[in-house]
Write a protein that binds this ligand. Structure first.
Ligand SMILES: [Zn+2]
Length: 340
């Protein structure tokens, strides 16, 4: 499929980090002082070489965080992210961030969350794209900070926080270390996804599912594990796959080995996401272009199926999931008609 057609197709994104997706438009509004070189700043947030490894990849976030320490900057970053996604016909997205990283100048986690929600809401009003927020608990951080993030999710769930996540260095901090937090999330009926199987561990995916994760961030490691693939397929646990990022972190050595196509054929609900639009220098259109180059040609059916899987796996209530699927079907059909 041509890039322009991919761009026009209705898409859904479930896995996109706010701090890793601080874009140029936002940065220009946030950084008003003229002594900053915006181009250089953006470059410092991008991963430089492929297969750099997860720790190198995660270090890129350090460049963006100093610019996201006020309510105004968080609002702007969230607003511009949705606006950018709207430009490539994303019709629904779940944005995630770790509120504990935005207190360097005194913001509480709740204040940070409120600011991001305001940005998302303003964008929905202006560009018509619905979005929800996921709060990331962080591996290797004090339990009290993660507890606070969880409480924040409970407190703000009526206002646009749809679920939680666990992010950070998976290799050093396996999911079972956070079992009690996820038990609390389950008790409070907060749905969650966990970054797992990004560093080769099938076991981390198995434990995350057993702990109650209804989606898995990445999950690439299960590609050759028949048993685990059967589990996610049977339970309808969607994998939030992020091709460019998975290549950059070394989760896969080369794109031709990327397990998306194989798992899709096996009927596993695989979704396509950007992970970090700035760090990975990508967009949802670019992700599909990558797949088109290696497994193509990608057709409308593959795009629609991924959007449907994502709508079904979203943390929206049932009626909103169905409305979203209807919206995707209508837009996809309109495009088909225009092409015929
Ligand atoms: Zn991620």
């Amino acid at each position: 499929m041509q890039t322009e057609e991919i761009k026009k197709f209705p898409k859904v994104e479930l896995h996109c980090h706010l701090d890793g997706s601080l874009n140029e438009a936002a940065l220009r509004k946030i950084v008003r002082e003229s002594d900053y070189d915006i181009e250089a700043l953006l470059n410092s947030m991008k991963i430089r070489n492929e297969a750099a490894g997860l720790s190198d990849y995660l270090s890129c976030f350090g460049a963006a965080l100093p610019f996201l320490q006020s309510e105004e900057s968080l609002r702007t970053a969230a607003y511009e992210l949705v606006r950018q996604a709207a430009g490539e016909n994303v019709v629904y997205m779940e944005v995630r961030f770790a509120p504990m990283y935005h207190g360097q100048k005194g913001l509480t986690q709740t204040e940070a969350v409120k600011a991001v929600l305001e940005g998302l809401e303003a964008a929905e009003k202006d560009v018509g794209v619905k979005s929800r927020l996921l709060l990331c608990m962080m591996r290797g951080k004090a339990e009290q900070l993660n507890e606070e993030t969880l409480s924040c999710a409970v407190e703000m769930r009526e206002y646009g926080v749809a679920g939680i996540d666990l992010a950070g260095n998976e290799a050093s901090y396996p999911p079972q270390m956070y079992r009690s937090l996820f038990q609390k999330a389950q008790d409070a009926r907060i749905p969650f996804t966990i970054h797992a199987g990004e560093c080769g561990s099938v076991e981390n995916v198995r434990i995350s599912v057993e702990m109650g994760a209804s989606r898995i961030g990445h999950g690439v490691a299960i590609a050759h594990d028949t048993e685990m693939k059967a589990v996610v397929k049977n339970r309808g646990i969607a994998l939030e796959m992020c091709p460019a990022s998975n290549l950059q972190t070394g989760a896969v050595k080369q794109l031709k080995d990327y397990p998306w196509a194989g798992m899709r054929l096996e009927g596993i609900p695989v979704t396509i996401n950007t992970d970090n639009r700035t760090v990975s220098d990508t967009s949802l259109t670019k992700e599909w272009e990558l797949l088109d180059n290696f497994f193509g040609p990608i057709d409308g059916q593959a795009l629609k199926q991924a959007a449907d899987y994502a709508a079904e796996a979203s943390f929206l209530p049932r009626t909103e999931k169905e409305a979203l699927k209807k919206q995707i079907a209508e837009k996809a059909m309109l495009l088909e008609k225009q092409r015929a």
